[in-house]
Design a protein around this ligand. Sequence first.
Ligand code: ATP
Ligand code: MG
Length: 385
Amino acid sequence: MADGQPGSSAPEVLPGAAETAHLRVDNVTKRFGAAKAVDNVSFAIPRGAFATLLGPSGCGKTTTLRMIAGFYDPDEGDIVLSGKRINQLPAHRRGTAMVFQDYALFPHMTVKDNVGYGLRVAGVPGKERERRVAETLEFVGLGGLGHRWPNQLSGGQQQRVAVGRALVVRPQILLLDEPLSNLDAKLRESLRWEMRELQQQLRMTFIYVTHDQDEALSLSDWIAVMNQGRVEQAGTPWEIYYRPRTEFLADFVGAVNLVPAIARDVRGATAVLAFGGARVPVGLPPGVSVREDQEVRLSVRPESLWLASAGATAQGMISLAGTVARRAFLGDIMRYWINVDGREWIVDQADPGAGVAFEGSVSLMLRPERAHVIVPATPAELSSG
Ligand SMILES: Nc1ncnc2c1ncn2[C@@H]1O[C@H](COP(=O)(O)OP(=O)(O)OP(=O)(O)O)[C@@H](O)[C@H]1O
Ligand SMILES: [Mg+2]
C-alpha cells in the first residue's frame, strides 16, 4: 500500500516530531486471543503537546494508553520515550501517570490519602508528602476538601482527585482516559478548558483519550483518529476536520457532504471533480493520487457552502441549481437540506437572523478551495486491512 494511504503503517508525525519526539509508538500490536485490539499502530508526539487519541468505542484507545503506561506489554513493536525503548520498564519507572476512565479512586481512603498514594508507594517521607499533597490539592482546586471521602464528592470533584493523584508524582507524560465522560454536558465543557489550561501551565505532554470529536478538536495540538485497532489518520485538528483521508473520518468528525464524482484532467497534484454538470478543480492532499476517470468523493463541510437566490453567480464560486427540501433552526445556525440533481446536500448558514429563510429554488454556492477529494478504499485494500 502506498505511503499516506488509509491503513498505511507509515508513522504519523507532526512536522519535526520524529527527531524531537517525546513519545513514539512504533508498529505496536496487541492481541487478546485471536483478536487484534491494536494493529500495527505508529505515531510520534512532540514534547509539550496536547495529543489526543480519538475514535469510536472499542477501537483500541485504552489498550494503546495502557501499553504506554506499562500496564500491558505490546505483542509487537516498541514504546520509545525520549529516544529510549521502555518496553521492559515497569509502570512506576516510566515517568508516566494515568487518569483512569472511571477514576478508580480508593473508596476507603480520604481525598488526601488518595492523592498522596503514589508518593507513599515511592517512599517519599511524611513531611514532604504532606507538603506536596497540599500543594497539589490547591492546584486542582480541592484545597479544604482533603478530609472528605470519595463518596462525599461530586463527579467533577472526583475527577479532580484523579488528576491530582496522577500529577502529584510529577510525571513527564500525563495519560488521561476519557476523564470527562462521566460528567454532565455543561461541566464537561467547562472542565475541558481547565484541562487545556492545566496542560499549558505545566508545559507537560498530555495524551488524552476521547470518543468525543468536539472535545478532541477543541483541546488538541495533534489528533490520531483510531478505527478498529488502527490509526486511520493523524494530524492537526484542522487537517483532520478539513482534509480527512477516508469517508469514515470525514463522517466521524462532523457533518459532511460526500458527493460521488469522477476525477478528470488529473495533472500532478490537481484534478477536476465532475458530477452532474459541475466541474470543481481541487488540489490533491499529500500522498493521495487519483487516476483519470476514477470514481472519488467530493467532500465539503456544511458551513463551507452558501445559499443565494436562484440563478445567482459569484466570482470564484461554483453555482449549483437546487431546491430547499427542508430546514431546521438550530439557534446559532440554520441547517438546510438542498436537493441538487436528486442528491441532498447539507448547508449550514450562520446567524440566520429573522425572516430570511430560503425556500423553493436556490443557488448552492461552492468555493472550490473549500472542497476536498477522498479516494474510497478499493475492495483490495479493504480485504487486506
Ligand atoms: N483485557 C481484555 N481482554 C480481552 N479483550 C479486550 C481486553 N481489553 C480490551 N479488549 C478488546 O479490545 C478492543 C479494544 O478495547 P479498548 O478498551 O482499547 O477500546 P476503547 O477504544 O478504549 O473503547 P471505549 O471507548 O469503549 O473505552 C475491544 O474489542 C475490547 O473488547
Ligand atoms: Mg476505553
